[in-house]
Design a protein around this ligand. Structure first.
Ligand code: PEP
Ligand code: MG
Length: 732
């Protein structure tokens, strides 16, 4: 049989020959191949034993009949009495009523369903395990041939699979729209030799590759010493799999039946992926995912294909990956036009980096790595969390209109770049930008921002394998200040914990990390790293002004303690003879409602307060900012939230404490004008938002807007959004 599968020939002819041969060797009257026509429809593409006229005519929907059931569940059906089976469907055109036994197995590659291979016989008998297995192996080889384009032409049903447009509904990770070509971060390993002649040699290859894999997992485990428990747990699971006798035995059996070592790995990987789709338990799914990852590594070892397949990066690359680490994403940097991930969360490191790079990002686009091929045309809509793969022309042209409109708007904003953000009523709002990378700084002059209101310092810590050195950090911070050319930069000290986990820092297992040991809490309990960072900042300033703020201050004592650390570092640096900053401002981020109710002496002591709206909102509403089920449920323009903002504004006004707002809401024009109307005079946002926010501020009378907000509150509205929207429509 192996020889026939390897025979050349035109698509249909080959399929016909294959079904004849399978029927013959399995001693069944019928053998048929059904392939997916589209995601929902299977088509009979070749048969031995059924009426030939039914070929390319008989179609089944997914789940319909026994064939449809095999396709849907991706598991074999083996029965001696097919007509009595649940879901049996009589198809007169095929003349199949006379066949009692039915064995159908899925044709799939890497969990991607391609069709169903069926044998049937008149004799009422159950097929043996060996026969089921043999048919599965044949199905797998068929899948490989199809992937190689063997049937393109006649077997369009199969070849067309990777040509059709597909839309993915994911989750918004970073706003913006981009058009380009797919660049797979981990291109698929192409197995070109599904069958092999010398099982002994293949077994040796498999064993040797497994040894290499075991060695690499041991190295990973040794390197992970000291990292967090979860990370180690994953690696332990990897180790367990590499020693799994069951996995090895199944692959050895595949090889004994004539598969190459690569094909054996892939066959088991396919089976695991199919199982993965059925398993509801998240823990088990993750373990299956681990096995999937290990299979990929094993395939790379066997084929010698690394990540670098020699393919050239397209002009407008859109990175497609299951997931990606922050360091890897930074390496690609601004060359990428967009990023689409199968996994990831809003607060994941990759998302943080994508945001810092201002690249449109869609996360949780399920199955995109299986659907996309390198070079495919792709559209990424980060605003909606939608991705179009191989789009129809009409979709692409509508999308281009959208990009063009956004570009036009940016041009319009460029014309007001050097004008102040002065509202109709004459109130001036200071617009600042958020940054986190050195690479962000060049956009400071072109964005029209007056300074950097929030410099997130954690990226430099997240992307390294060990704690960065003081000298390195001092040099980087100095470069940031140089690039700002005298404009104020507010450095936020390390904000880790919660979703931001340093691979090299021991961390306790926490049931609820967002409410746990994070930000300033870590800084105060383990002051070593925070003090080192403060020294680096002082040295970087050397004669220039320095602004530092501490994240996540929940009670005033934390602020006082952190401030003391900074003052001690200043004294120490002075003793060591280093040049001190010209002046130092020490602020606190207000990210928990509690700080809004701190004693007056906190507001008197702090040099400034910056509202971290992302966290503040999550704690005010008790709604996880990363959880899609709840994160959009609570409106920023909710009257109770605006009440809290008004309270904070009043507290700062009492003591004359400068107040700013640096969460994502500051970059949303409607929210931004409302915050300004509530009395916040400084807003810090992504550079790309400065234009749209300034544009709206310049058209609004903040006093009149405040009246609208107050009136909606007085009427007992839950949110002021409808009233504000009506007002803006009429006024702007
Ligand atoms: C915030 O919480 O609003 C904030 C600016 O900090 P981050 O988003 O980095 O937690
Ligand atoms: Mg925060």
């Amino acid at each position: 049989m192996r020889d026939t599968l390897a025979l050349p020939g035109a698509g249909q002819e080959r399929l016909d020959r294959i079904v004849r041969l399978i029927a013959d060797s399995m001693r069944t009257e019928v053998c048929s191949i059904y392939l997916f026509r589209d995601a929902e429809t299977l088509e009979l593409c070749a048969t031995e034993g059924l009426k030939k006229a039914a070929v390319h005519r008989t179609r089944l929907r997914l789940g319909e009949g026994l064939v449809g059931r095999v396709a849907r569940s991706a598991t074999p059906i083996n029965t001696g009495n097919a007509p009595a089976e649940k879901g049996f469907r009589y198809m007169p055109e095929t003349g199949e009523e006379i066949f009692s036994s039915f064995l159908g197995v899925p044709i799939q590659r890497l969990g991607e369903r391609m069709g169903v291979l069926v044998v049937q016989s008149k004799e009422a008998r159950q097929f043996s395990d060996d026969e089921v297995y043999a048919l599965e192996v044949v199905a797998m080889v068929l899948a490989e041939m199809a992937e190689l384009g063997a049937f393109v032409g006649e077997g369009e049903a199969l070849g067309a699979r990777h040509k059709q447009p597909v839309m993915f509904r994911g989750v918004m990770g970073q706003e913006g729209a981009a058009e380009g070509q797919v660049w797979l971060h981990e291109p698929r390993v192409v197995v070109t030799n599904p069958v092999a002649d010398d099982p002994k040699a293949e077994l040796e290859r498999l064993h040797a590759a497994m040894e290499v894999l075991r060695g690499s997992v041991e190295t990973l485990i040794a390197e992970a010493d000291g990292s967090d428990a979860e990370h180690r747990e994953v690696l332990e699971a990897y180790r367990m799999f590499t020693q799994s006798k069951g996995w090895m035995r199944r692959m050895e059996e595949d090889i004994a039946r004539g598969l190459s070592a690569e094909a054996a790995v892939e066959k088991e990987q396919s089976a695991a992926r199919a199982r993965m789709e059925q398993v509801p338990d998240p823990y088990l799914r993750e373990r299956l995912q681990d096995l999937d990852d290990l299979s990929n590594r094993l395939l790379r070892i066997l084929t010698g294909q690394g990540r670098d397949t020699g393919a050239e990066m397209p002009d407008n690359p859109i990175l497609v990956a299951r997931n990606i680490g922050p360091g890897e994403l930074l390496e690609y940097g601004r060359r990428l036009k967009g990023v689409v991930l199968e996994e990831g969360s809003v607060g994941s490191h990759a998302a943080i980096v994508a945001r810092a790079l201002a690249i449109p990002l869609v996360i949780q686009a399920e199955r995109i790595t299986t659907e996309a091929l390198n070079g495919d045309h792709i559209l990424v809509d980060g605003d909606q969390g939608i991705v179009h793969l191989r789009p129809e022309d009409s979709v692409a042209s509508a999308f281009r209109d959208k990009i063009a409109m956004a570009a036009k708007a940016q041009e319009r904003y460029a014309s007001i770049r050097d004008l102040p953000a002065e509202a109709r009523c004459g109130t001036r709002i200071s617009l600042q930008m958020n940054a986190g990378l050195m690479a962000d700084l060049p956009s400071l002059p072109s964005s029209g921002a007056e300074g950097v209101g929030l410099f997130r310092t954690e990226l430099q810590f997240l992307i390294r394998a060990s704690v960065p050195r003081r000298g390195e950090l001092a040099a980087l911070y100095a470069r940031v200040m140089d690039a700002a050319r005298g404009k104020r930069v507010v450095f936020r000290t390390l904000d880790i914990g919660s979703d931001k986990v340093l691979p090299y820092m021991k961390r306790p297992d926490e049931p609820n990390p967002a409410l746990g040991w994070r930000a300033i809490r870590v800084g105060l309990d383990r002051p070593g790293v925070m003090r080192m960072q403060l020294q680096a900042l002082i040295r970087a300033a050397a004669g220039r002004p320095l602004a530092v703020m501490f994240p996540f201050v929940a009670q005033m004592d934390e602020y006082f303690a952190a401030r003391r650390h900074l003052e001690q570092e200043l004294e120490r640096e002075a003793r060591l003879g280093h040049r001190l900053p010209e002046r130092v401002e020490i602020g606190a981020m207000l990210e928990t409602p509690s700080l809004a109710f701190a004693p007056r002496r906190f507001f008197e002591a702090t040099d400034f307060v910056s509202i971290g709206g992302n966290d503040l909102k999550q704690f005010f509403f008790a709604a996880d900012r990363e959880n899609e089920l709840v994160r959009r449920r609570y409106d920023t323009l909710n009257t109770s939230y605006l009440g809290l903002i008004a309270h904070i504004v009043a507290r700062c006004a009492e003591t004359g404490t400068p107040l700013s707002f640096c969460g994502e809401d500051a970059g949303r024009p409607v929210e931004a004008v409302c915050l300004a109307a509530m009395g916040i005079r400084s807003l810090s946002m992504r550079p790309a938002s400065i234009g749209p926010v300034k544009h709206l501020i310049r058209r609004v009378d903040l006093g009149a807007l405040r009246d609208v907000i107050d009136a909606a509150c007085a009427r007992g509205e839950a949110t002021v959004r409808p009233a504000v929207t009506d007002f803006l429509k009429a006024a702007v």
